[in-house]
Design a protein around this ligand. Sequence first.
Ligand code: ADP
Ligand code: MG
Length: 543
Amino acid sequence: MIHSVYSNKDVFLRELVSNASDALDKLRLEALRDDTLDADVSDLHIEIEADKEARTLTVRDNGIGMSYDEVGQLIGTIANSGTAKFLQELREAKDDAGAEGLIGQFGVGFYSGFMVADEMTLVTRRAGEAQGTRWSSRGEGTYTLETVDDAPQGTSVTLHLKPADSEDALHDYTSPWKIREIVKRYSDFITWPVKLVPAPGEDGEAPEPETLNSMKALWARSREEVSDDEYHELYKHISHDWRDPLETIRLQAEGTFEYQALLFLPAHAPHDLFTQNYRRGVQLYVKRVFIMDDCEALLPPYLRFVKGVVDAADLSLNVSREILQQDRHIQLMQRRLTKKVLSSVKELMTGSPEKYADFWREFGAVLKEGLVTDADNRDAILAVSSFATTASEDEPVTLKTYVERMKDGQDAVYYMTGESRQSIENSPHMEAFRDRGIEVLLLTDAVDEVWADAVGEFDGKPLRSVAKGDIDLGTDGDGKSEEEREQQSAAYEELLGWMKEQLGEEVKDVRLSSRLTVSPACVVSDTDGMTPALEQMYRAMGQ
Ligand code: ADP
Ligand code: MG
C-alpha cells in the first residue's frame, strides 16, 4: 500500500502549517484584546499552493504576520553560527532519519523547509502595519531582507523545491495527493481550514479550493475515535517537540464547570526546564477557541513539563492570566488535573515499569519539588518517587520497598545527599552502613536536600541523613557492648579533648565513633544542622 510508505522529510509541511496555525491563533487573540487593531479576521485560513512547472510550493496564512524587525529576529537568525552549522550538517546528512534527528536537536521548525528546498522566500505583513517584508535565503548562512509595499496581511512561505528525484515519486511535493496525504497525516486537528488551491483547469478556470483537514478537536472526541498517531501529532504541534510523547492523558469533567483536557508527558526533558525563562503550562481553549499558551494557572510549577490542551466551556474569551490565578473554578481544575497526572504516573509505574523508569529519569528531579511545595499531594508524589540506592546499581527503589526490606531493628530510612553516586559511596559516612549491610538512599538532585527535611518521615520511619549527628546502628557491627564502649571513650578522653582544643572554632565537638571501619575520622553535621551537600550548595551560592 503506497500510503504507508512515507518520507520523514514530509514533516517540513507540518512545521509550516503549524507556524501558520499559531499565527492565526495570535491574530484572533490580538483582535479580541485590541479592538483598534486594523486587521481582517473575517476569513482566517491556511492555503497551500503548488506550481508543478516552477517547482514551487507555497504555504500562506492571513494571520498576525511579522514586522521587519521580527523577521530579522525570528527568521533571520539563519546567520547565527548554530543555525549555519545545523544547515551545514543537514546538507551532509546521509538519510532522512539523520536529518530529522538533527532538526529535532536544533529545534528549528521553519528551517526544516531546507530539507526539500534549495531556496526559501517569505513575504509577510504584520496585521495593523502598512509595510511588508520579504526575506529570502538559499540556506547557506546568509539571507536578504527588504521591504515590500503590496504584501497582503499575514505570511506566505514559498519553497523552491530541489530538483525532482526521478526514481522517487514519493518526494513530489507538488502532487495534490501527496500534499493531501501529508496534511491529513500531520495536521488534521489544526483548528483552521487548511486549503489546497487547485491548479487552473484546461479552460483556465480554477475550481474551488479543497479543505484538507477535518479540524476536529481531538480532546473533544472519544478515545476510540482517535489513533495514537493523531494524539502524537497534536502533541508535536503544541509542544514544538519532534519526538513522540511518552504518555497521553485524557480527562473529561462534566457538571457545573465543564472542561476537557488532553495532557502529555513528554519523553524527554527540555534543556531549559530548570531555568527562569522556561515557559510552563498548557494551552487554554474556551469552547474550541485558542485563548493562551503556557497557561500556568492550570498546573502547579512542579508539573511544568506537562504539555497539552485544556478546553473549558464556561470562561470568557477575554479571560486574563490575573483573573485565572484567582478563579475558584480554575483552582479546582488545577487540583483535579494534578491528581490525574499523578495517578497516570502511578499507572505507568505499575503497568509499564520501563516507561516509568524513563519518565523518572527525565522528570523525577522536577516532580520532587512537589514534595516541598504541595503538602496535599505529598503522599501521592512520594508513592511515585524512586531513588538510587546502595542495594542496586541501576534499579531505583521506592520508599515503600525500602521500608519493606529494612533489616530487623532498623528504625529509620537512611539517605545521603551528594554530587554523584560515586562521591557518596566513597564518603566515610557510608562505611558503617556498608559494613552492616544497611541500605542507604543516594540522593543527588539539588532538591533532595530540601524535600528530605520537609517530608521528615515515611510510614512512621524517620528519614535520616547518614551525614548528620550521632547515628546509633546498634552494637552488632563492631561487637562491642555498652560497657566496653564506655571504657573505650574513657581511654580516649584525653586525645579527644586535645583534638578539640587543636581544632578550636572549626568544630563543635570531637567524638569517638563506631561508624567508621576504614577511615580514621569523618566530619558530621549536627542532627538538625546542614548536611555537607547543602553546606556546599550555600557556599557555592556565596553565602
Ligand atoms: P517555533 O515555531 O518552534 O517557534 P519555528 O522555527 O517554526 O520555531 O518559527 C520561528 C518563529 O518564526 C515562530 O516562533 C514565529 O514567531 C515566527 N513565524 C514562523 N512562521 C510564521 C508565520 N507563518 N507567521 C508569523 N510568524 C511566524
Ligand atoms: Mg514552528
